[in-house]
Ligand binder design. Structure first.
Ligand code: WQD
Length: 328
C-alpha cells in the first residue's frame, strides 16, 4: 500500500490518479490545511476507487502510529507541507515547525514500522540562482526564502538518514513549475485568495475574478525580457512519481521538468490563443527574490527512470482553463 501525505493537494491528488492507473493501492493522510475534503470524492469519480482517507496532521505522532498499525504501508510519497514562498518569509517559524516537524515525525514512525521507501516532494527552488542552464542535479544548492530552506533542510535530513540506515530507499524529486490539470476537468489548482503563482493568476484574470495580470519585470536578460521557467504538466509530474516508485534503489535525486523554458509573455500568449480569451496585463516592477531564467536538465530522470514529459504548453494552458470552467 502507498501512503500519500497531502494527497488531497494539487500534485498529490494528480499523483493518486496515476498510482491507481498503475494498480497501486493508495491511502491518504491530509490535514485539510490547504486542500478540500471533496477532492476524495472527485478522485473516486475519476478512478472508480474508494480511497481510504485519514484527516490527520503528520505532527500528531499517536495518530500516525495508529495509521501504520492499521495498514501495511510499503512506501510513502510525502507531499504534505506549506509551500507559499511569500508567506514563508512572513512566518518562518510556522514553516520550519510544520514542514520539518511533520517530516521528522513521519520518518520516525516509518522506521518504527519497518517502512523504508520514501519519495520526497522537493523543488527546483533548492538551486537558488543557477550558475548556468540547464540545471543539473549536482549543481550547488542554496535558498533565498524559508520555504525553500525547509526543502533543502529536509533533503539533508534524508541524506543523513540514508547514511545512518541504508535499508531506506529515498528518492528526492525536484519539481520545476507544475501547472495544468487532469484531463477530466474535475481536479486542478485551486489556491485560496490571490494566487502567488503565474498560471492560477492568469486563470483568475481569464474568468474575470481578478482584473489584470501584473507581469513582474520585462527587463530580464531573457528572450523577451520576462521571466523564463520550466513549466511541466501536473499529469507528467505525477507519472514521474510512479516511475520513481518502480525504480527505488538507495538514495536518488531527480529533476522533474521538461528541459524547455517558457517566458511569462509566451505563456500568456499561448493561454490566450488556445482558450480564445484576452488576458488584461500590465508590466510591473520585478518581484523580490525572482530569478531571470530557470529550466531543467532532464537527462538523469530519462536515463535512470525512463521519464520524459509528454504534454505541451498548449495542453497545460487548455487543461488549466478547462478545470476552472468546469468548476465555476
Ligand atoms: C513564474 C514566473 C514570475 C506571478 C514558485 C516557487 C517554487 C515552486 C513554484 C513550490 C516568474 C512571474 C508570477 C504573477 C508574474 N513552488 N509572475 N506575475 O516563482 O518560478 O516558483 O512556484 O514548490 O518553489 O518559487 O513560480 O508561478 O510564482 O512565477 O509575472 O502574478 O511568473 O516573476 O517569472 P516561481 P511563479
Amino acid at each position: 500500500m502507498i501512503l500519500v501525505t497531502g494527497g488531497l493537494g494539487y500534485i498529490g491528488s494528480h499523483t493518486i490518479i496515476e498510482l491507481i492507473k498503475n494498480n497501486y493501492e493508495v491511502l491518504v493522510v491530509d490535514n485539510l490545511s490547504n486542500s478540500k475534503r471533496e477532492v476524495i470524492d472527485k478522485l473516486k469519480k475519476i478512478t472508480g476507487k474508494e480511497i481510504p482517507l485519514y484527516i490527520s496532521d503528520l505532527c500528531d505522532k499517536k495518530a500516525l502510529r495508529q495509521i501504520f498499525q492499521d495498514n501495511k504501508i510499503d512506501s510513502v510519497i510525502h507531499f504534505a507541507g506549506f509551500k507559499a514562498v511569500g508567506e514563508s518569509v512572513e512566518k518562518p517559524l510556522m514553516y520550519y515547525r510544520n514542514n520539518i516537524d511533520s517530516t521528522l515525525t513521519l520518518l520516525e514512525v516509518m522506521e518504527e514500522f519497518n517502512c523504508f521507501n520514501m519519495i520526497f516532494s522537493s523543488s527546483a527552488t533548492v538551486y537558488g540562482s543557477p550558475k548556468s542552464l540547464p540545471i543539473k542535479e549536482d549543481f550547488p544548492l542554496s535558498t533565498t526564502n524559508p520555504y525553500g530552506s525547509t526543502k533543502l533542510f529536509i533533503e539533508q535530513i534524508l541524506k543523513d538518514l540514508y547514511v545512518s540506515n541504508n535499508k531506506f530507499n529515498i528518492t528526492i524529486l525536484r519539481y520545476f513549475n507544475p501547472i495544468g490539470a487532469d484531463e477530466s476537468g474535475l481536479l486542478g489548482e485551486d489556491p485560496r485568495g490571490i494566487p502567488n503563482n503565474l498560471m492560477p493568476y492568469i486563470v483568475k484574470v481569464a474568468t474575470g475574478e481578478l482584473e489584470t495580470l501584473s507581469i513582474f519585470g520585462d527587463d530580464y536578460d531573457t528572450c523577451d525580457g520576462t521571466g523564463v521557467r520550466d513549466y511541466i504538466h501536473v499529469t507528467d509530474l505525477a507519472r514521474g512519481h510512479v516511475l520513481s516508485l518502480k525504480n527505488q534503489h538507495g538514495l536518488r535525486i531527480y529533476n522533474l521538468g521538461t528541459g524547455h523554458g517558457t517566458s511569462v509573455l509566451e505563456l500568456v500568449n499561448t493561454f490566450e490563443k488556445v482558450n480564445n480569451v484576452k488576458i488584461n496585463k500590465k508590466i510591473a516592477p520585478r518581484r523580490a527574490g525572482d530569478i531571470a531564467e530557470c529550466f531543467a536538465s532532464c537527462d538523469k530522470a530519462f536515463k535512470e527512470l525512463g521519464f520524459k514529459a509528454e504534454k505541451t504548453i498548449e495542453d497545460m494552458c487548455r487543461d488549466s482553463y478547462n478545470y476552472v470552467k468546469n468548476n465555476k
